[in-house]
Ligand binder design. Structure first.
Ligand code: AMP
Length: 250
């Protein structure tokens, strides 16, 4: 079975976000970029499925600028077999990404497509769901366990207050949650080998997809600065402050 993994280039999760002076967007100048953490989990799961013999080929795909090829090379170093770069410098919203991924699925016919549950830059949490709707495939979102059997995949999902297991007929779409696995690091020899693995570049036009956005970004604000805390000397002082200063108790 072939597996398709969608990976997104985002700001590294350790970086403190800066907003542009005109508040039009996040400032990406000289900022360290990385693979979205949930996509790393998706790549790791695909590699584990290949190691267990369920999967024969791993194809990774990204939509983004030329620099996003760095994240494809990382995925190739982690164990993906080949990569597809849908190149665009435009701001692509989730629906456009889902349409592009559908077109790649139509070409590649993977048995399973794995995405992250959420990209940590825009926090949309909707591309996998939109992709499932556009393709008419079953979806198992927020997966904390993925079990591929004959023609089906059982997905254990993290839901409020517990776990739910759904069984999907393949082909299907799965999105990863944090506890699905712990991604490995790429080894130096694999990073070198990844440079020679196949990487195809396509444009949205070649895939026949109009990526015009239906959503425009209006404004970006940093969170309000938090005031420092104070130490109170006694329970009575605390109660007094809660009553008379914070006015949160009567
Ligand atoms: P989102 O719905 O934007 O929060 O993203 C959820 C998941 O969709 C990500 O973890 C990726 O697997 C996939 N995805 C979103 N944007 C892209 C992109 N530009 N290229 C490839 N995959 C993407």
């Amino acid at each position: 079975m072939k597996i398709l993994v969608a990976v997104k280039r985002v700001i590294d999760y350790n970086v403190k976000i800066r907003v542009k002076a005109d508040h039009s967007d996040v400032d990406l100048t000289n900022v360290k970029m990385a693979m979205n953490p949930f996509c790393e989990i998706a790549v790791e799961e695909a590699v584990r499925l290949k190691e267990s013999g369920e999967v024969t080929e791993i194809v990774v795909v990204t939509v983004g600028p030329k620099a996003a090829q760095e994240q494809l090379r990382t995925a190739l170093a982690l164990g993906a077999d080949r990569a597809i770069h849908v190149e665009t410098d435009a701001r692509v919203d989730s629906l456009a990404v889902a349409k592009l991924l559908k077109s790649v699925i139509d070409d590649e016919q993977p048995g399973l497509t794995i995405l992250g549950k959420q990209a940590i830059d825009t926090d949309n949490n909707q591309t996998g769901q939109m992709l499932a709707a556009l393709t008419g495939l079953g979806q198992g979102t927020f997966a904390s366990k993925v079990d591929v059997k004959d023609g089906t995949v059982d997905v254990t999902r993290e839901i409020d207050g517990g776990l739910q297991t759904v069984s999907l007929t393949l082909p299907a779409v799965v999105t990863t949650d944090l506890r699905l696995n712990e991604p490995r690091y790429a080894k130096l020899p694999d990073i070198m080998k990844a440079k020679k693995k196949p990487l195809d570049t396509k444009t949205p036009e070649e895939l026949g997809v109009d990526i015009a956005s239906w959503v425009s970004l209006v404004q970006v604000e940093t969170p309000a600065e938090r005031k420092g805390g104070i130490k109170v000397g006694s329970v009575d002082e605390l109660v007094d402050k809660l009553k008379n200063e914070a006015k949160v108790i009567a």
